[in-house]
Design a protein around this ligand. Structure first.
Ligand code: SF4
Length: 101
C-alpha cells in the first residue's frame, strides 16, 4: 500500500472512531494551511505531538498540496524551506523571504 493510501486510511479510521489516534490538525486549517509559510521550527512544533506524524510525513511527498504535513511545510510534494533556500520558489510563494522564516 502506498504511503498516501496508508495515511488516508488512518485518517478515515480516526474520523469514524474517536478512539483511534486523532490528527492534531483536524479543524485547524488556518494554522496548517496558512497564507504565510510558518518557520521550520513553528511547523515542527505544530505536529510534534501528533500520533500520525510519521505516517503523515511519509505521505506528504506524494501529495500535490500546500501546507504543514508531518512537521514540515510542503509545496506540491517538495519541502518549502528547501525550495526557498535554493531560490526555487515561483509565483505567489516567491514573495516570502527565507530569512524571515
Ligand atoms: S502530523 Fe501534522 S499535519 Fe499530519 S496529521 Fe498530524 S497534525 Fe496533521
Amino acid at each position: 500500500m502506498s504511503a498516501v493510501a496508508n495515511f488516508d486510511r488512518a485518517l478515515a479510521r480516526a474520523r469514524r472512531d474517536p478512539d483511534e489516534p486523532q490528527p492534531l490538525c483536524e479543524g485547524r486549517p488556518d494554522e496548517f494551511t496558512p497564507d504565510v509559510p510558518p518557520s521550520e521550527k513553528e511547523a515542527k512544533a505544530l505536529c510534534a505531538d501528533c500520533p500520525l506524524l510519521a505516517m503523515c510525513k511519509e505521505a506528504a511527498r506524494g501529495r500535490a498540496e500546500w501546507g504543514v504535513h508531518g512537521g514540515i511545510v510542503w509545496l506540491d510534494g517538495k519541502q518549502w524551506h528547501w525550495l526557498a533556500r535554493f531560490g526555487l520558489l515561483s509565483g505567489e510563494y516567491e514573495q516570502y523571504n527565507i530569512d524571515q522564516n
